[in-house]
Design a protein around this ligand. Structure first.
Ligand SMILES: NC(=O)c1ccc[n+]([C@@H]2O[C@H](COP(=O)([O-])OP(=O)(O)OC[C@H]3O[C@@H](n4cnc5c(N)ncnc54)[C@H](OP(=O)(O)O)[C@@H]3O)[C@@H](O)[C@H]2O)c1
Length: 268
């Protein structure tokens, strides 16, 4: 499938487009001719990403948005619809990483991660979905993780939020299958070279502020985005994309006790 033909003139709303995977997806969709709406909290970073996108400046829209403020979602949708048009793709990409042991992490950090990584996506989806169902078309894309299947140490809240996304969006997909062509796809990246480990919350709720070795040597966000767009165009339920670590999903499915043993060994 040629992304250029498939995405041309579509409207794509990307959350957390101020850095990493979201910024790279903004570039890839814009290069394929889409009108991109870039959202995240940091407006200067969004404007910097938007300034480098292909297409004329009014082809795209910067719309600051905090995933923990769901009351702002409906007015944001109205702005997009009136200025650019109805949403064809909602890319639920927002996410906060974690690096802290569960035993040392206060509940507030769990709530914060759940709010950004799970409830933010669910709330935004509930705002966008009715218009997709009414039009009988539209795609909701959810950026989960290999950790959406394999819960790794020091990521208990992150893993819980990503697992929860699968529950919600698998159920939603089954519901939508009877109601037109609106549907969702879940994407499970392996390691991608972004600032996620720098932005991750430690057990005190402060930024981890360190580039993890696995992150540093992973595929770039640009490569990830370039591989993702053609796959998304075929409308799969789920996409697993990354280095060899993505095979952990299948190991977890067929050999869960082996995965548990391997993960225990990493803690010695
Ligand atoms: N990198 C990887 O290896 C990897 C692997 C698997 C899955 N993922 C997933 O990929 C997605 C993107 O992560 P990334 O790697 O690109 O990390 P990143 O560079 O740290 O980007 C995270 C983004 O989340 C935004 N964000 C954080 N809190 C927010 C909030 N309250 N409201 C709105 N936006 C918020 C940040 O923007 P602002 O600070 O401007 O709001 C930033 O743009 C996440 O869902 C992550 O879980 C990443």
């Amino acid at each position: 499938m040629n992304p250029q033909n498939f995405y041309n003139h579509t409207v794509v709303w990307i959350t957390s487009a101020s850095s990493g995977i979201g910024a790279a997806l903004a570039h890839a969709f814009a290069a394929a001719g889409a009108h991109v709406v870039l959202s995240a909290r940091r407006e200067p970073e969004l404007l910097a990403v938007a300034a480098t996108l292909p297409g004329s400046p009014n082809h795209h829209l910067v719309l600051p948005l905090d995933l923990t403020a769901p009351d702002s979602f409906a007015p944001s949708l109205d702005t997009i619809t009136s200025r650019i048009g109805p949403i064809d793709f909602l890319i639920n990409n927002g996410g906060q990483g974690q690096r802290g042991f569960a035993s040392e992490t206060p509940l507030g950090v769990n709530l914060q991660i759940m709010e950004v990584n799970y409830f933010g996506q669910v709330a935004l989806t509930k705002v966008v979905l009715p218009s997709m169902l009414a039009r009988g078309s539209g795609r909701i894309v959810v950026i989960s993780s290999v950790v959406g299947y394999v819960a790794t140490p020091r990521r208990s809240a992150y893993a819980a939020a990503k697992h929860a996304l699968h529950g919600f969006f698998n159920a939603l997909r089954a519901e939508c299958s009877r109601r037109g062509r609106a549907r969702d796809s879940i994407v499970c990246p392996g390691y991608v070279r972004t600032a996620i480990s720098l932005h991750a919350l430690d057990s005190t709720g402060a930024k981890h502020d360190q580039m993890d070795a696995n992150q540093a040597k992973a595929m770039s966000a640009e490569t990830f985005a370039a591989k993702l767009l053609p796959k998304l165009a075929t409308g799969p339920d789920e996409i697993h994309l990354g280095g060899p670590e993505r095979w952990a999903i299948y190991l977890q499915r067929w050999f869960p006790s082996l995965v548990a043993r391997i993960l225990r060994k990493t803690q010695r």
